[in-house]
Design a protein around this ligand. Structure first.
Ligand code: PHE
Length: 447
């Protein structure tokens, strides 16, 4: 195992796993999905999904990864050799490359906005101007492809360097700084005139807004935000020593991740409603409103530059965890050198990212696909960021509970004398609640 690399410390592991979880999923995706699905009630269902589905699946991934010390494909093979279960791992590898592709496009947006803050283009923008700037930005193909490329090279470079040196170092200092800026932004947003309407939208459930799609989106968002369903947490767990406490690590990651998402909502919605802007405008939501908040702050452009830079770093600690999945697969199973694996998978993700980069207007075809009538990025976000992660989580839950068996998983979780008081609840959740609930929500989409 030492040849595969290992975490330097327990705190290092939690920070790296939290670094994987906290990213654009919390600050870009959570607000726009919440806005699209009607606000407060969605938030409640989302938190329910984190507790009932997310935590149990995260623990299952940690346990499976640490028990086998393998990548997702190898882990299933190690426990059930000669069966088709390792296709779950392949699905994870594929999902990883696809999520990395469009995720890096959004990360490129944050780099672009960091540059715009520094060069003064974001200074003193009103809401109409901020929205117009964003529209022209996402319609400029070469710029977006360049930013995508820059971000992908950064990701590949870190992953190529290896586990503790590469992944751990970056998660430690910068995330608390991001959190501090977000607190500041929240205060500014909450004190804008008319902010109460946003708070109502965010906190007061409206039961008329419920439908089947809300459940799918909440569930998918929970898996996406917690980095579950493609084997990221499994892979991170595989670099973990037996002494570590998987239960408290999972709890920490979920609490940190969910706090950042909830905080992001407290920034976006008060400001949005104070400007009378629509909450359901889709993936551009955050980029259309944030410049307006910064414009209302003294020293706003400095804060803007710092915020977008730190957001890019948060995205980077997530993309390295996504890329680690296909890379660990090639290293373990195909005996590739780490460098070559990282560059090849990064190049693939870059190629698949190009249609997403062109889907904001850069190329008509990708801005509105035939048949489905949405843009490529939204489609990819839905198919891989939502459905594929839900299917992956479903398969992981079934495998751990019914193939590997909960007794074996529990033995792994409590190895080294770790106490797990909620063990019976976890067994119930992973055996029955997770598989049934995920299946019902997925299947209900077809009716
Ligand atoms: N959880 C990350 C985020 O919220 C994204 C991610 C998804 C990372 C899946 C790994 C696996 O930004």
């Amino acid at each position: 195992m030492s040849s595969r690399g290992n975490w330097g410390s327990r705190v290092g592991f939690i920070l790296a796993a939290a670094g994987s979880a906290v990213g654009l999923g919390n600050i870009w995706r959570f607000p726009y999905i919440t806005g699209k699905n009607g606000g407060a009630l969605f938030v409640l269902i989302y938190i329910g999904c984190v507790i009932v589905l997310g935590l149990p699946v995260m623990l299952a991934e940690f346990a499976l990864g640490r028990a086998t010390a393998k990548n997702p494909v190898g882990a299933f093979q190690a426990i059930r050799p000669g069966t088709k279960w390792h296709y779950t791992g392949f699905l994870g590898v594929l999902t990883g490359v696809m999520i990395l592709s469009f995720y890096s496009v959004i990360a490129g947006w944050t780099l672009g906005y960091c540059y715009k803050s520094l060069s003064g283009q974001l200074a003193a923008l009103g809401k109409g101007q901020a929205a117009a700037l964003f529209r022209s930005f996402i319609a400029s193909p070469w710029q977006l492809i360049l930013l995508l490329g820059i971000f992908m090279v950064l990701t590949v470079h870190i992953v190529a360097k290896g586990v503790s040196a590469g992944l751990e170092k970056y998660s430690k200092i910068l995330m608390p700084a991001l959190f501090l800026i977000m607190l500041l932004l929240m205060v500014r947003s909450l004190t804008l005139p008319g902010a109460e309407k946003g708070l109502l939208f965010y906190l007061k459930p409206d039961f008329a807004k419920i439908n089947g799609r809300v459940f799918l989106e909440a569930m998918g968002q929970a898996f996406f935000s917690l980095s579950l369903g493609l084997g990221t947490m499994l892979t991170y767990g595989s670099y973990l020593g037996k002494k570590e406490n998987l239960v408290s690590s999972a709890a920490w990651v979920a609490v940190l991740d969910t706090s950042v998402a909830i905080l992001a909502g407290f920034i976006i919605f008060p400001a949005l409603f104070s400007q009378n802007m629509a909450p359901d405008q889709g993936p551009g939501l955050v980029f259309a409103i944030l410049p307006v908040i910064f414009a209302h702050m003294p020293g706003g452009m400095g804060f803007a530059a710092l915020f977008f830079l730190l957001l890019a770093v948060a995205a980077l600690t997530s993309t390295i965890s996504i890329l680690e999945v296909p890379v660990a697969f090639l290293i373990d199973e195909k005996k590739w050198p780490r460098r070559r694996a990282a560059w090849l998978m990064g190049a693939l993700a870059f190629a698949f990212g190009i249609p997403s980069a062109l889907s904001g207007g850069g190329m008509k075809f990708f801005s509105r696909l035939p048949v489905v009538h949405v843009d490529f990025l939204s489609l990819w976000d839905k198919v891989w960021g939502n459905v594929a992660l839900s299917v992956g989580s479903l398969l992981i839950a079934i495998f751990v509970a019914h193939v590997w068996k909960t007794a074996n998983a529990l033995a792994e979780i409590t190895a080294g004398g770790v106490s797990f008081r909620l063990a019976r609840l976890w067994v119930m959740a992973i055996k029955y609640v997770c598989p049934l609930l995920i299946l019902v929500v997925l299947v209900s989409q077809f009716f």
